[in-house]
Design a protein around this ligand. Structure first.
Ligand code: BG6
Length: 486
């Protein structure tokens, strides 16, 4: 199968927080891969902004070292790396002050033709001040883009405040709020599966679907990010954004077109149709330590912390398509495996004519985001061979890497796709301001209720499936979670 790489127009990409972890781990490696793939043109420029005093050469060496650490050995190519590093310049700016902005303005002005994108890989308290300085120093133009990383606020009030600050200087069409889950290969495939096959859509509703499960499990803990995480917790860190986005893509009505506002309007309708959650529909957990691994409280450096490192919820959507279909969501740290997947669990066949052939199992459609991106449809067939008719369930497997190319290959990282979308001016895979606010409006009452009842999270063992109470959340409804790491 042919693969196309369509080069994007030359651009000026300005990264604030260029010496930070995200820039070294994700942003520069993604840019390098797109450079190597031929998608970035040679007259594009990358301006790295940092607070410390640094010569551009020293910065390029630092990025070269980071790329060596974060790229896989087979991606390495010395010549491509040296060419790529030449695109990068370093400008020192203390973003909270006035110094440095005129330098950036002078450098970027050198080539006023290219489209400009400003990537804010910094804390949210700096979004407003940076947007303002870019504007008053004449660096941001009407067609420039500003890219924002999460956390986009910690409740609806702070999210509104951030939106208000940004909108003083940038139009919504210029604002790209990143949720890196939307850049994952399978997430887009989920939309392709639903809206380019006639097969699924007629079944995609409460008449045929029993329930949906979304699991985002991680085996790592919060060590090294305890300061941020302890203030956030799993609900804010993963559910308000990534998991709600997945839920929206599963549950939304078909948009009339695949364009940014058509897709985002439909996602917003889902968020606005979510039922409020009460205490019986949610389970919080926190991992304990053992002989080999520290507890959450040790990792977070807070020995009385009640922050949840695990959360499971049962969610209802009040609309014609989904009334009565529960969506079970869960995410947690230090679980058995790193797995992100969605299970769409169809209803049982209405009548079993094979009384002696075994129990009829429901069809399930598994959409795997990671690892091994792919989609599996579990079907019931006759067990092959002699000896009477017995039923068995087999997977119809679509592992993207194999099916599409005939051999395994690296999937593009979400950041590669999203950064190129910024350059192309395509906001489809980015969250709109009203979407983010609506998501907080649904999350806020849950957190408020926790604050009021002062309940503590259940403690769960590292390396398992989370607290027993989360299993009970499903058992109560005669259902069960798909096993983590199956
Ligand atoms: C981030 C969260 O947004 O997503 C992290 O802040 C989490 O806590 C990460 O580990 C998970 O992303 P991925 O792509 O590794 O599943």
């Amino acid at each position: 199968m042919m693969r196309y790489v369509i080069p994007v127009e030359p651009f000026d990409f300005v990264i604030f927080g260029a010496t930070g972890d995200l820039a070294r781990r994700k942003i520069f490696p993604s840019l390098f891969r797109r450079w190597k793939a031929g998608q970035i043109q040679a007259d594009s420029r990358i301006f790295a902004i940092g607070r410390r005093r640094m010569q551009p050469d020293a910065f390029r060496t630092m990025i070269g070292d980071a790329l060596r650490d974060f790229l896989q050995a087979e991606e390495w190519e010395e010549e491509a790396l040296n060419e790529f590093l030449q695109l990068i310049d370093f400008v020192r700016i203390d973003v909270a002050g006035e110094d440095g902005w005129p330098d950036l303005q002078a450098k970027i002005e050198d080539n006023a033709k290219s489209v400009r994108a400003f990537y804010l890989s910094v804390g949210p308290e700096l979004f407003g001040p940076i947007a303002k300085s870019l504007s008053i120093h004449g660096i941001a133009l009407p067609d420039s883009r500003i890219v924002i990383e999460k956390p986009f606020g910690h409740d609806v009030v702070s999210a509104r405040e951030l939106n208000a600050q940004l909108s003083m200087y940038f139009d919504e069409k210029q604002i790209y709020r990143i949720d890196h889950y939307l850049g994952k290969e399978t997430v887009q495939n989920l939309m392709a599966l639903r809206f380019s096959n006639a097969l699924f859509e007629p079944l995609w509703n409460a008449h045929h679907i029993d329930h949906v499960q979304i699991t985002v499990a991680e085996s790592i803990g919060v060590k090294g990010r305890g300061g941020y995480y302890d203030q956030a917790g799993a609900l804010r860190d993963m559910v308000q954004n990534h998991i709600m986005q997945l839920l929206c893509l599963i549950a939304m009505e078909p948009p009339s077109r695949f364009d940014p506002d058509s897709v985002r309007d439909e996602k917003l309708k889902v968020i606005r149709s979510l039922d409020p959650i009460d205490d019986s529909q949610i389970v919080r957990g926190q991992y304990r330590g053992d002989d080999h691994t520290p507890s959450y409280q040790e990792d977070a450096g807070n020995e009385t912390s009640k922050t949840e490192s695990f959360v499971a919820l049962k969610v209802g959507i009040s609309n014609w398509r989904w009334a009565g279909v529960p969506f079970y969501l869960r995410t947690g740290k230090r679980l058995r495996a790193q797995v992100s997947e969605i299970e769409v669990h169809f209803k049982e066949p209405p009548h079993n004519i094979f009384q002696n052939a075994g129990v009829l199992k429901s069809n399930t459609l598994i959409i795997r985001l990671q690892p091994d991106e792919g989609i599996t449809l579990n079907m019931t067939i006759k067990q092959p061979g002699q000896g009477g008719l017995r039923l068995t369930q087999v997977p119809l497997d679509m592992t993207f890497a194999e099916v599409i190319d005939g051999h395994a290959r690296r999937m593009a990282d979400a950041y590669e796709r999203l950064i190129m979308d910024v350059m192309r001016g395509d906001q489809t895979l980015f969250m709109r301001g009203d979407e983010v606010e609506a998501a907080w409006m649904w999350i806020d009452p849950i957190i408020e209720a926790w604050g009021k009842n002062q309940s503590a999270p259940y403690i769960y063992d590292s390396g398992g499936s989370g607290p027993e109470a989360s299993l009970a959340l499903m058992h109560r409804d005669n259902r069960q979670w798909r096993e983590i790491g199956l």
